[in-house]
Design a binder for this molecule. Structure first.
Ligand SMILES: [Zn+2]
Length: 332
């Protein structure tokens, strides 16, 4: 709460009236309201009558990457990236509700926790909306900053030109605990930290492209019977995004893109070196540690009972960042 003198100072600052003039208006306001109001309350009304915004605070609008835990007044503009279902909990015998919303801007994502009555705003928000959030930041249980509204904070939909959630979105299809969800179609921005050096080649039917069964060096397609096979590739490795790692599998086109060569060239290298894993070994230094965005699907490998990421597309991060910078500058 501001004191009477603080309110008077702010009114003086914004109107040019002097202290005595404002004091007089405050007294008049009290008389007008039959003395049923405090001096501070009357001063608020005087300020309002004079169009003085005494609650105006200096707030710098932040990019998400610059939000750190412990900020008392933070304001961001962002797109609603994901809305998680409301969860109910009980603490010290009292029931409460919490819902998390993930917001996106071109610099990153951040979680906003909404508690109890604050959740009501979700009725008016959907994914993709542009919102303004004011509040404070706090460290969450994973050591990341999260936003809370508190008494003075607010999340509201605004009309504003804002970059679209492009391919560069750090979209992870996570559950509430930050783990990848089985079945999620998502993107991971990360790097390959390990490549498995196993025979990448397998035989496919030249007519329908389906993997053929082999028997005594003969190859059989259910539909096309005995065929002289073509070859395709499958590669696997481990992707790490700095917070988690997952085994990733690259089939066919994505394997060729990852390796930077077609299956024919890869076969040629394998023949020349008389080693089927040579195309992987020779490219490993180029592949490892290179940051990319991998699009794909999280699938359970039932044989090993683990989640794997079946990659369906990959992109160089640098190219994406360039296009994002252009988007951002166009948004100004
Ligand atoms: Zn076939």
């Amino acid at each position: 709460m501001l004191s009477l003198q603080e309110i008077i100072d702010k009114v003086a600052e914004q109107t040019g009236l002097n202290n005595a003039e404002i004091q007089k208006k405050v007294e008049e306001k009290k008389v007008e309201l039959s003395g049923l109001i405090s001096s501070e309350g009357a001063a608020h009304l005087v300020a309002r009558d004079l169009n003085v915004d005494i609650l105006k605070r200096v707030i710098h609008r932040l990019e998400i990457k610059n939000v750190v835990p412990g900020m008392r007044n933070a304001e961001i503009a962002a797109r609603v990236f994901r809305v998680f279902p409301v969860r109910e909990f009980e603490r010290n015998g009292a029931k409460g509700r919490v819902a998390n919303v993930v917001l996106w801007d071109p610099t990153g994502t951040i979680r906003v926790s909404l508690w109890n009555d604050e959740i009501k705003v979700l009725e008016t928000l959907k994914e993709g909306d542009v919102v303004k959030v004011t509040g404070y930041s706090k460290e969450d249980n994973r050591g990341e900053p999260e936003l809370r509204l508190g008494n003075r904070g607010k999340i509201e939909k605004i009309e504003m030109d804002f970059p679209a959630i492009a391919d560069a979105a750090i979209e992870r299809g996570q559950d509430d605990a930050g783990k990848l969800r089985e079945g999620a179609t998502t993107k991971i921005r990360g790097a390959i930290v390990q490549m498995f050096e196993s025979d990448p080649f397998y035989e496919i039917c030249p007519q329908c492209g389906i993997r053929v069964r082999s028997n005594d060096n003969k190859f059989f397609c259910d539909e096309h019977q005995y065929v002289t096979p073509d070859y395709s590739m499958v590669l696997s490795g481990v992707i790490d995004d700095g917070t988690m790692s997952i085994r990733a599998v690259f089939f066919r086109d994505t394997a060729e893109r990852l390796l930077g060569m077609g299956v024919k060239d890869a076969l040629q290298i394998a023949r020349d070196k008389m080693n089927k894993t040579a195309p992987i070994t020779e490219n490993a230094t180029k592949l490892l540690g290179k940051e990319m965005v991998f699009a794909g699907r999280v699938k359970r490998n039932s044989m090993f009972d683990r989640l794997e990421f079946i990659v369906s597309g990959l992109n160089d991060v640098n190219a994406i960042e360039e296009s994002n910078k252009i988007l951002v500058s166009l948004g100004d």
